[in-house]
Design a protein around this ligand. Sequence first.
Ligand code: SAM
Length: 286
Amino acid sequence: MTESELPPLREVINSFELRAKKSFGQNFLLDLNLTRRIARIPGDLSKAVVYEVGPGPGGLTRALLMEGAGRVQACEMDKRCIPALAEVSKAFDGRLSVYEGDALKIDEHELLQAKPDEGIHIVSNLPYNVGTMLLIRWLTLKTWTPWWQSLTLMFQKEVAERIVAAPGTKEYGRLSILAQWRSTAKIAMRVPAAAFTPPPKVNSAIIHLKPTQPLDDSIQLKSLELVVEKAFQQRRKMLRSSLKGLSVDPKELLKMAEIEETERAENVSVADFVKLAKCYEQLKTH
Ligand code: SAM
């Protein structure tokens, strides 16, 4: 079968009996125009390996291959999808490889086997809970620059808005800071619930995220996570009170970081959180 002979996705779903299962968080994208628009978000992928988690019946996968991705490595948990994806692989001359398993448990380096000249771009329409867990895993790598060059991921609209949120908004919080400390994140596309089969209860949005130089390379991620966690545990309280759970004097810490004691977590910039983490590390060791 060639690329042009691949049957429409609805036919694939019927013939391989891929009726969407709730337990796998399955909401499929069947409109190839839409998936091709998504596949174009990361830019030129001709020399890249694209890592797609959860290809399902292969709509987005086909789009990535049609848009010229060098190769696609997919990881799918639902074994019913594997034979359907094998046909896609055949139609695209083996540029698609599929691993059957749980993306939360695999070693990505081993799976991807990227050559030094192949950039890795992650493009996925994932179940929302798995997406958030993987995003945090990919954002909290100990070493930066990360092994991936960009992330293009579907999220529930509210979660997407939290990832890109600016200080002073109600969406701003832990996820915004983890995402923006050493990358830039933007909403690349809004996707209405009706675009999925079956439609989920909420609207979605696609986040495109690219790594940047960290605001401060010297701090440890765990200090930043700790400071942010304490500050946002009581987001409306003043920092001098919400930071009490840390092992250092909050007033001394805030003075050292040149942040007002009366400031509230939701108004503190990402750069100031990084500063807080740095001062926390210095005070802790004295
Ligand atoms: N990418 C397809 C599309 O856009 O039509 C399917 C999207 S559907 C929302 C999510 C897919 O992720 C399903 O095929 C599901 O089986 C798969 N999946 C769910 N949890 C997974 C996991 N932990 N590891 C790998 N795949 C998973």
